[in-house]
Each structure stands twice: as structure tokens, then as C-alpha cells.
Design a binder for this molecule. Sequence first.
Ligand code: VGL
Ligand code: ZN
Length: 211
Amino acid sequence: MKALILVDIQNDFLPNGSLAVPQGDQIFPVVNQLLKCAFDLKIATKDWHPKNHISFAANHSKQPGETVLVDGFEQILWPVHCVKETWGAEFATGWDSHLVDKVIYKGTDPSIDSYSTFFDNEHVQETPLKAYLREYQVEEVYLAGLATEYCVKYSALDSLGLGFRTFVVIDGCRGVNLNADDTDHAIHELLQAGAEILSLADVQAKLNRPL
Ligand code: VGL
Ligand code: ZN
């Protein structure tokens, strides 16, 4: 079984959002084509934070981009974003979110961030995603979405760690690039870890040509 996982394609990560990913809206046509491919499961994730979330700079009287230590782990501080039940946390219009079978929420605990859609950043709590994929005997996970070097990368690394063959559809992703080459580093790290980097065209050819 093959699962498509579309990561955090929410208003706040798009132009006009509070944590806008440059050119994030350019993934819409790619994402809409992916949703037409023959995946057995189509899943989307939502970054879904309470107002008092630990990752918000404003909750530490600091500026976005500064860091704090949380349980000895460095936490990057972000603008307030994806506050649950607000406009910023809704799926952006412009992609066909009505075609997804299941939505996974993450980052819901105020005391810890969760870039990965599987586990929080300390790998203590998990979302229902792993159980859901196992229930459907998924073997292959295909990821696209925002942002390449945060939620897509950490989700892909956890997917590999859980034993799923893991593909990142790279033209369906965009990065924040706080540093100019962060996305390039993320792709390198993903390849090292065993992820396979594909384009939409590769996915279309692969799924239309069953072995
Ligand atoms: C993300 C930063 C903070 C993401 C979420 O979806 O990549 N990045 N929260
Ligand atoms: Zn977040």
C-alpha cells in the first residue's frame, strides 16, 4: 500500500501567512496532481498549536529566529502560527484538500514542538499516524508540503526510522530557508538517511506503471 502525506499546507505557511514559506503557493499544482495519482491513502497534516505554545517567540518575550533550550534541546522560536481553530491553521484554498482521507494534527501539546507528523521533537508522544499506516499495511510513504527542512524533513526521517520506504516529492515542497542553503542541506540529509527524492513526473510514471 502507498500513502501520500501532505504536510502542513495551511494558510500561515503561505504568502500572507504569519510564517510564510517563500513561494509556498507554487506547490499547489503539484499537490493537486499528486492527489489524482493512485495512492491507497491520502493523508494531510495540520500544525495545530494552542495559543500558549512553547515555539512562539511572543510567549518568551523574544524575537522569531532566536532560540531557547527546552529540556536541553534547542527550540527555534517562531512567529505565532497555526493556532488551532483560527484562519492561519486552516488548509489553504488553492489545493484540493477535500480529496484527503484523513487529517493528522501535531504540535498540540503546549510544552513541546513537533516538526514530525509522527512524533514530538523529543520522540516521547506520537500522533495516530504510525498506527493508521500500519493498520492499512502501508509500505511506501510519499511526502510533499511545507516546509522542506522542518516538517517534511523530520516526518521523512521518522518514516524511514519506522521502516517505511520513503519518498520526498521535491517539486511539491518549499523551504523556509532561514539560511539560504537550509533546503539543500535537508535534501542531502534525507538522501544520506535513505530517502528517495522524486519529482511529480517520476511519481506519475511510477504509479501509472505498476510492477
Ligand atoms: C513548521 C516551523 C514551525 C513546518 C511548523 O510545518 O515546517 N515549521 N512549525
Ligand atoms: Zn509550528
